[in-house]
Design a protein around this ligand. Structure first.
Ligand SMILES: Nc1nc2c(ncn2[C@@H]2O[C@H](COP(=O)(O)OP(=O)(O)OP(=O)(O)O)[C@@H](O)[C@H]2O)c(=O)[nH]1
Ligand SMILES: [Mg+2]
Length: 220
């Protein structure tokens, strides 16, 4: 019998992605900007959180934004309204951003004059975790209403992130959310993960995260 041709497309796609992620790392080193990737499920609070971070840091760092969405420019318009250079990536159905998309977006940003590039990834707790974007800080948001069991149910995302922001803590009185259980389960997967409970709505906990981010950027 003739030998069967077998091509593992996922392996090919991820290998190609990793090469492009290395190219992003070289570019960010050469140009001197810090790349911060933010992932979460839809509606966890990425845009609200990023807008608050930009308001707090835009006089200190030159910031640019890459906004990933399946459709619409709603979030990108909010970023642009704060006066930061913004690129909208419309995937038209793809549930994640990959390294070639980020390289393309970086071509449209004034990277010679930026200190911090923020990526708002597509709202999805699964697929974005598989794609290395060459970020200096891969991070995720988990909001209190989503529940404290998500590290157990979606382990890859918690494994690949260096920072976990637990947002919407102002809603803790209304949900059975066990912060210690979340910390425990996240650290089983990822012992070194840095965890920040906060609310982008009330500002509680924001300063601790901002100080962490400044320290990360300055130590690149
Ligand atoms: N109570 C409370 N609500 C919040 C907080 N952060 C965001 N929200 C609300 O959560 C909803 C979703 O917030 P977004 O910032 O749009 O979430 P997102 O993750 O960017 O959503 P997608 O881009 O669609 O994935 C909005 O109604 C926000 O006002 C918070 O800290 N506390
Ligand atoms: Mg958003």
């Amino acid at each position: 019998m003739e030998e069967l041709t077998y091509i593992d497309l996922k392996q090919c796609i991820l290998a190609d992605n990793d090469q492009q992620a290395d190219a992003i790392r070289s570019l960010s080193r050469e140009k001197g900007f810090f790349l911060w990737n933010i992932m979460s499920s839809p509606g966890a609070g990425k845009t609200t959180f990023i807008l608050d971070v930009i308001r707090r840091l835009k006089d200190r760092f030159r910031i640019g934004v890459i906004e990933g969405d399946i459709e619409s420019t709603i979030d990108a318009q909010k970023m642009q309204a704060l006066g930061v250079p913004t690129v909208q990536l419309r995937t038209g159905g793809d549930c994640h951003l990959d390294a070639p998309m980020i390289l393309k977006a970086l071509e449209s940003l004034p990277t010679d004059n930026l200190d911090l590039v923020i990526i708002e990834n597509i709202g999805n707790l699964v697929c974005p975790a598989e794609f290395d974007l060459g970020a200096d800080l891969p991070s995720m948001l988990l909001s209190v209403p989503e529940g404290d069991d998500k590290a157990v149910k979606y382990p890859l995302m918690f494994s690949v992130c260096r920072a976990l922001v637990v947002t919407k803590v102002d809603t803790l009185p209304y949900f059975d959310f066990d912060m210690e259980a979340l910390r425990r389960n996240a650290r089983i997967l990822n012992a070194g993960i840095d965890i920040f409970p906060l609310s982008a709505k009330t500002g509680e906990g924001m300063e601790a995260f901002i100080n962490y981010l400044i320290q990360q950027i300055n130590s690149k």
